[in-house]
Design a protein around this ligand. Sequence first.
Ligand code: GAL
Length: 710
Amino acid sequence: MSLSRHRWPGELGRRGFGFGADYNPEQWPAAVWREDVRLMREAGVNIVSVGVFAWAQLQPGPDTWDFADLDEVMDLLHGAGIAVDLATATASPPPWLTSAHPEILPVDEQGRTVWPGGRQHWRPTSPVFRAHALALVEALATRYARHPALAAWHVSNELGCHNVHDYSDDAARAFRVWLRRRYGDLDTLNRAWCTAFWAQRFGDWAQILPPRLAATCPNPTQRLDFARFSSDALKEHLRAEREVLRRITPDVPVTTNFMVMGETSGMNYAGWAGEVDFVANDHYARPGPRRLDELSFSANLTGNLAGGRPWFLMEHATSAVNWQPVNRAKRPGELARDALTHVAHGADAVCFFQWRQSTGGAERYHSAMVPHAGPDSAVFAGVVELGRTLEGLAEVVGARRRPAPVAILFDWESWWLAEQEFSPTSLLRYRREALDWYGALLDLGMRADVLPVAAPLDGYRLVVAPVLHMVPGPLAARLRAYVAGGGHLVTTYFSGIVDEHAHVHPGGYPGALRELLGIRIEEFDPLPDDEQVTVTLADGPALIDTGLTGAELTGTLWTDRIELADAGVEVLARFTSGEQAGRPAVTRLAHGPGSAGYVSPRLGTAGLAVLLGPLLSSAGVTGELPPEACGRVELVVRGHSGHDYRFLVNRTDGPVELAAPGELLLGRATGSEGGVRLDPRGVAVLRHPVGARLRSGDHPRSRLAAPGLD
Ligand code: GAL
């Protein structure tokens, strides 16, 4: 996960935050470019990504190249002091290429060709596509190697956005190579894939296929390996382009824009961060009451993929997107709050899709920095204001994320597996569960780090592992060591169940975590959509003095028949309705000063906010926000050179006042000493000497006493 090297684009770091957009001048006549540059300067834009979808312009035919427009644009931008994150332009192949070589087109699991007409219609494993793509990369790198505007390389675009799973013959061939590397021989593969089941034993590598449309549920380990392979195949493409770029321009940093957002699950980014010189991410907010939590969660995970170092927000939207069923405009304040939430979580560059809103093409109703209405618009005014705000925060640039006291583990492979068909329930949504925990912590005013599962756990008082379905031996050992070292682990239903081959750990659930948790489950008992159970908090030592004993929570989705295998297990809550009534629902086993806990049903954000109070207190985690701000304000901390920067993000649509000492870099003071007033959807940033406390720590109170902002 760690970055092999971290290099930031050109002069940017010394100039302040990167601020800009995808810039697609090929959509506009040259006269508009001049106005673009003038407006960019007005807005404080200092970097743009150019050429993302320009392949057809740059190479109009197999042997013809046309760099005239790009030359002019590069010069123009440089003349205005705007740096270029130059795309390798390989994201979308031109019609001449797909006509001459239809064999580069992806194939879906039903054997249907994905035709040109949209974008990203290429097979990650096609040698023909690769050769053409690398020729383009070589031509671009050679031409612009010494151009003074060139600050970074932007490989392709959102690798895997539309083509992560390709089931073509090229994919089949590459999959076999990948499998040989992983397993060495067929016997090992047959064992790993459990091919004794349903007469699937392979006698020759050539018999192995991607999991194409099958009569019924395909082999689960084949699907898991195909998901791993598909992510790796894209990573391979990234490496191939990067190697050309590093050979020709060794000093220019290379990145590609990740998609840590929403339900995008195909790319296991935990293994990608080390492949780029700086991490870049795109994020588009999902509508709904938990919109801001999801944004924060994605930014948080991106920051931790980057190992706490600054990262680059390559794309987000100034206002509406165009690809949801109903595309709402952002409300006043959201443009800046969204951007600054990413900054709070470590973004040192804030860029949008795109600079000027298209008038034609599939994305003409997607917002931009310069909307259809032109610069005389609220959106452009908001953009200009954000540019000024970022200038005022320049000293934050370079500051790293300060670790939170709580961690939430995130694992792409558990995500893939837990949502496979032929499972105990088809209703489980892996990311939603992780988000529930994150949202509950935000509602309590607590900071948490969303960590890729392989990240070190040292220093975290409480580690939550929601639906950590796949727990191979080494991970189980790490979790045991964490608890033995005094850490507090909490996991949930459907965790610890399988090993790295998706084989169930025998002897009772939760398999690899059974002994650590001190419980044993013989059978899962998931709930249908229209059923819920009551879970009542018990009166054991952990809950005494909390006032929570007897509190009732609602459980959905899952129940288990839990037996206490270790006499030391404390039952924190019992099912008090449904088939498991009277049996444990939430347990905890102390291991010296540490503990390991288990939560059987889905409690949702509101229920978890109740349960988390005592879990946090017994882990010794204290609150950092004053009570009046808990739930209303998100606190995030970055720091460097003797300073901590505390970001206070107003999660509500009304004003919030709180006591928050420190020097205000952004935001307004109230009349009273150390008081800060956050405008509706507003953000404040305070500077403190490193380690200064925002308040003298209090144990977080459960949300029962002060119910929801939900
Ligand atoms: C991204 C993509 C951009 C644009 C944007 C619209 O997925 O990289 O090119 O399509 O979405 O939201």
